[in-house]
Design a protein around this ligand. Structure first.
Ligand code: ZN
Length: 261
């Protein structure tokens, strides 16, 4: 089972945050939906690394914003992982499938009427999910309900840069986060490695990854340095991301009264 019940108390829960009757007494302004990814993360990290990180960020975001304002939904595990195709453990949806899932979600939320939210936040950690932002803009417009994807690519990039140069996938930052929050899930600790992915000169790393596919870049599936994970770095990365996300949500809510419908 991907979602190990042993780790539940360590900050990763499948269930929503609100018991059912409360939804009828106290409508929530913000719906938070973690969007995972199930894909290879090299020989050390679990294939649901991005799902865990998204769910963790969603939980922490809820804590910061206040449980009374947030309805946190259970996560959608799979998204767009085509750039990792060819490795075992990779499951990918098509953009069209994802579009239908999110369209159905927004239709459902709109049907709640006065109990519905005024903002929907998709929490996605996976770098290959850029298409989510375009889908969010389109579906937010079609359903007249603001929909945003967080952390922003700028915030994610800042977190990776803090972890070190050329830290792209299953390297220092992600290994530090798993070490900090789910240390029992690290496999093969003695094989913690520094991958010899080539340093791209002209290309942006995410563009290179999307264009070439990971298998052509790194035979291990790691792009970065997983050799020296740090609990402090993992916690600091999460804290920084959550603070930025909360600030962004508050800013979005400040535009709530401006209804262009
Ligand atoms: Zn990842």
């Amino acid at each position: 089972m991907l979602l190990d019940s042993q780790t539940k108390e360590e900050g990763f829960a499948l269930e929503t945050n609100r018991p059912y009757p409360e939804l009828f007494r106290e409508p929530k302004r913000i719906v938070v939906l973690p969007m995972g990814a199930v894909e290879q993360h090299g020989p050390i990290l679990p294939i649901d690394t991005d799902l865990r990180i998204a769910a963790l960020l969603a939980e922490k975001l809820e804590e910061v914003l206040g449980t009374h304002r947030v309805l946190r939904l259970p996560p959608i595990p799979f998204t767009l992982s085509w750039e990792h195709r060819g490795f075992p453990g990779v499951i990918s949806l098509s953009v069209v499938t994802l579009h239908h899932i999110l369209d159905d979600l927004m239709t459902s939320l709109r049907a709640w009427g006065s109990y519905g939210p005024s903002l929907v936040v998709l929490v996605s950690w996976h770098g290959g999910n850029q298409a989510l932002e375009s889908l969010a803009a389109e579906l937010g417009a079609r359903h007249n309900l603001p929909l945003v994807v967080l952390p922003s690519s700028k915030s994610r990039r800042a977190a990776y840069q803090m972890a070190g140069p050329q830290d792209v996938h299953a390297g220092s930052l992600e290994t530090s986060i798993i070490t900090a929050f789910w240390p029992d899930l690290l496999a093969n600790r003695t094989a913690m490695l520094q991958e010899d992915a080539p340093p791209f000169q002209a290309m942006d790393v995410q563009t290179a990854l999307q264009g070439l596919g990971m298998r052509r870049i790194s035979s291990s599936g790691v792009w970065g340095n997983a050799a020296n994970p740090s609990v402090d770095a993992g916690k600091a990365g999460i804290q920084q991301l959550v603070a930025q996300m909360a600030a962004e949500v508050r800013e979005m809510l400040s535009f709530e009264h401006r209804n262009d419908a």
